[in-house]
Design a binder for this molecule. Structure first.
Ligand code: BTN
Length: 263
């Protein structure tokens, strides 16, 4: 029998949470982020959740496609309205990453790490990604859409992905209950949500402690080219601090990091 998301099951599973209401459940949609942005721009309240069984135009970072096959994945977008300067928007990526790690660990017992800036990893392979998009009023967030895609009961075809990827079921050795995972995700997100404004340093520290590929030879690819070096850490704005092999310190706001082979 197909494992299908049902509205009544979701309503029941998410009862008692502040986030995750109202729920817009689609059997098929282009992108949950695009749909959530449309609803947020039209005045949707904080906590609104868009979730889809299948995305036909799922969006990844840097214009990449995000694959969401039906009955096997979690693809969701949460509308938030935090009182936050746009310059602090990366804190939402930190929060989503932390919530994803804790929820996956709680439900699967697998150890989870994050790869800067927005990848969720198990055993060094990507199981999920975060895409935060926002609407601004001046320099302040009007709304933010936190999108999260997780490979739950499937593993992506290696030919279709840019990085080594896997699924939670493959790593755990058994199928994972998507609804239980969804509830855990929203619950952990909700617990940490106040940190966005009240404890940003702690949020940053908890996120940074989960990051892989720090203090190890890497190549960072940005819009302007590739730099070989080592990541020394992340600054409070979430930028990667890279010491290049020629000794210069770079602050990288957006890019992709890969391990570098050293002779
Ligand atoms: C990445 O790793 O590049 C980010 C992937 C984010 C994918 C999720 S799936 C739910 C939400 N809707 C989208 O269109 N994208 C995000």
């Amino acid at each position: 029998m197909l494992d299908t998301l049902h509205a009544t099951t979701l309503l029941h599973a998410l009862s008692g949470l502040r986030l995750g209401h109202p729920i817009y459940l689609y059997m098929q949609v282009g992108s949950t982020n695009a749909e959530a942005k449309r609803l947020a721009a039209g005045g949707a309240p904080e906590g609104l959740l868009v979730i889809a069984e299948e995305q036909t135009a799922g969006q990844g970072r840097a214009g990449r496609h995000w694959h969401t096959p039906p009955h096997t994945a979690l693809a969701l977008s949460l509308v938030l309205r935090p009182t936050l300067a746009a310059a602090h928007g990366m804190r939402l990526v930190m929060l989503a990453g932390l919530a994803a790690c804790e929820a996956i660990e709680q439900v699967t017992q697998l150890p989870v790490q994050l790869k800067w800036p927005n990848d969720v990893l198990v055993n060094g392979k990507k199981v999920g990604g975060i895409l935060v998009e926002s609407g601004l009023t001046g320099t302040t967030l009007d709304y933010a859409v936190v999108g999260l895609g997780l490979n739950v009961n499937f593993s992506p075809d290696p030919a279709l992905v840019a990085f080594p990827a896997t699924g939670l079921a493959a790593e755990a050795g058994h199928p994972i209950d998507r609804v239980r995972l969804l509830r855990a995700l929203l619950a952990r997100f909700e617990v940490h949500y106040p940190m966005l404004t009240t404890q940003p340093e702690q949020l940053h520290a908890a996120w940074a402690a989960r990051l892989t590929l720090l203090h190890t030879p890497i190549v960072v690819h940005t819009a302007t080219g590739a730099t070989a070096g080592e990541a020394e850490g992340v600054d409070p704005a979430g930028q990667l601090l890279v010491r290049s092999t020629d000794g210069a310190l770079l602050r990288v706001a957006a890019g992709d990091v890969r391990l570098r082979a050293v002779e």
